[in-house]
Design a protein around this ligand. Structure first.
Ligand code: G
Ligand code: MN
Length: 253
């Protein structure tokens, strides 16, 4: 117990240090539509530790959330994302590239979340329509009407919202009905098991049809093999109009 507490507090100190020393880096997982065009990317945080090397989010985001350090980290991520979009906006990628950013429940639940996000967009001067905020069901467990109010305030500025990790954890159909979402991201555990596993295949097919019928974009996370991609394409073509995009392995730019 004592060791766990000591590890925790030393990890907290290291995270603070990492924040001030700019040790957090952004990686990008490209999102490709069914015609093969890159339409955007999801931004994923990596900690480049001078001694331990690359540390993945699962090993530091939970502590950052518990200690509240995710608030300054999240703000730093958003500023970096906007600056990157600004740089790309002057190059050949122009305006079409979209970036998706993960938001923790405690960030979203901050009273001044909407104001802070809009401030970043305005200070860097980028079009908010190029950003999608990825939220999870845990956000909705708090105050749903407050959640909807904040989402609508940001949507008025053009920001889009995605439900992350759909199909796992607490994700429920009732929040799809209530929340003003633009996109559903099918959790990679389902994609991992297609096309061989029939149950996973039926689940994926059903989520795509449902998302499209609700007027939402659908993104399949963790598409790594040609067989997975082909299955998703054939399935999408065999339904009336449904479409699905793919998110692949990440790049560091
Ligand atoms: O890259 P990887 O698949 O290991 O990321 C796992 C999870 O880590 C993501 O789905 C997301 O929940 C979380 N994560 C990654 N980057 C960020 C970030 O910038 N902010 C927050 N809050 N979570 C992130
Ligand atoms: Mn995500």
């Amino acid at each position: 117990m004592q060791t766990a507490i000591e590890n925790r507090s030393s990890l907290e100190e290291s995270i603070k240090h990492a924040l001030s020393r700019q040790q957090f880096e952004l990686y990008y997982q490209p999102q490709v539509n069914s015609t093969g065009r890159i339409v955007g990317a999801e931004v994923l945080l990596r900690w480049q530790h001078p001694v331990h090397g690359m540390i993945l989010p699962d090993d530091f985001i939970p502590i950052a959330e518990e200690t509240g350090l995710i608030i300054p980290i999240g703000l730093q991520v958003m500023k970096s994302v906007c600056r990157q979009l600004k740089i790309w906006g002057n190059g050949p990628l122009k305006d079409n590239l979209h970036l998706s950013v993960n938001i923790s429940a405690c960030q979203f639940q901050q009273e001044d979340f909407v104001k802070k996000i809009i401030n970043v967009f305005e200070s860097v001067d980028i079009n908010p329509a190029r950003i999608t905020l990825e939220i999870t069901e845990s956000m909705v467990l708090g105050n749903i009407s407050e959640t909807i109010k904040k989402m609508q305030a940001l949507k008025k500025k053009g920001i889009k919202f995605a439900m992350d990790d759909f199909g796992t954890g607490h994700s429920s159909l009732s929040s799809l009905k209530k929340l003003p979402l633009d996109q559903i991201k099918i959790d990679q555990s389902f994609i991992h098991d297609i096309p061989e596993n029939n149950d996973a295949a039926v689940i994926v097919q059903t989520i795509i049809a449902m998302g499209n019928n609700l007027g939402m974009e659908v993104i399949a996370e963790g598409v790594e093999t040609t067989a997975q991609k082909d299955f998703l394409l054939i399935m999408s073509l065999s339904q009336c109009a449904p479409s699905v995009s793919f998110q692949n392995k990440e790049l560091h730019i």
